[in-house]
Ligand binder design. Structure first.
Ligand code: ATP
Length: 243
């Protein structure tokens, strides 16, 4: 069953056309990636799904229903959680309070006990967050902040997790850890994941399927494996000769 369908989506910033009729779909339980270089339109796609931007035309369907006209705070209530580019944790709050904030809607629904259990579960996936649960989040390293941003999204128990450029600004060894965690979340199998990422190799390694976006258009699509061996993708995004 399709959880998300993007149909002929056009997004403009004033006179700048950022997305020029993009269409893509995600089946429930899949990890689908969008790769592309700087300025290709990846973040714009993400921000339009989560209601931060309004499209000029086209549609976005969640479980068959249009969500294009729904503001961002209401999209979050539809079980979509967005980990934005650059992480954006609440710097002056502790790690634990950031996690509790992620579960705000669930706590309001009276699920506090379950939320506490889920935070413990997050700590078991990300032990470093447990060690730092009372630390001010702004003092965490970039990698730890990325893990916190992921953890905060996970405690909201989304059906659809949107990950924007999780590698951004991180050292290669930390990127290894972040992608290992994304793989762990994927293997748990209870979440659909939509990932946009400039580091094509990392994204294709973990993705079931992927789309290549170039200057606001989708130029190629296939399984992660297919795209990894596609000569055009290898030349443009994986570095010539990289195996
Ligand atoms: P990156 O990996 O560098 O973040 P991206 O693929 O996420 O790139 P977008 O941020 O979606 O790309 O940008 C797509 C296009 O829209 C670019 O040409 C960019 O310059 C333009 N753009 C993005 N945000 C704005 C804005 N607020 N105002 C005007 N143009 C914008």
């Amino acid at each position: 069953m399709k959880i998300l369908e993007i149909k002929d989506l056009v997004v403009n910033y004033g006179k700048v056309a950022a997305l020029k009729e993009i269409s893509l779909e995600i089946e429930e339980g899949e990890l689908v990636a969008v790769i592309g270089s700087n300025g290709a339109g990846k973040t714009t796609t993400m921000n339009t799904i989560s209601g931060l931007l309004s499209p000029t035309s086209g549609d976005i369907l969640l479980n068959g229903k249009s969500i294009c006209k729904i503001p961002a705070h209401q999209v979050a209530a539809l079980n979509i959680s967005h980990v934005p580019e650059g992480r954006k944790v609440f710097a002056s709050m502790s790690v634990k309070d950031n996690l509790l904030l992620g579960a705000y809607l669930r706590i309001r629904k009276g699920e506090k006990k379950q939320v506490i259990a889920d935070i413990d579960d997050i700590y078991s996936i990300f032990p470093r967050l447990k060690e730092r649960e009372n630390q001010q989040s702004g003092t965490l390293s970039g990698g730890e902040q990325q893990m916190l941003a992921l953890g905060r999204a996970l405690v909201s128990k989304p059906k659809l997790l949107l990950l924007d450029e999780p590698s951004m600004g991180l050292a290669p060894v930390i990127i290894d850890e972040v992608f290992k965690l994304i793989n762990t979340i994927k293997k748990r199998g209870d979440m659909t994941i939509f990932l946009v990422e400039q580091l094509a190799y990392r994204a294709l390694e973990v993705a079931d399927r992927a789309y290549v976006v170039e200057q606001g258009n989708i130029s190629l699509t296939g399984t992660g494996k297919e795209l990894m061996t596609n000569p055009e993708v290898r030349k443009a995004y994986l570095g010539a000769g990289k195996s």
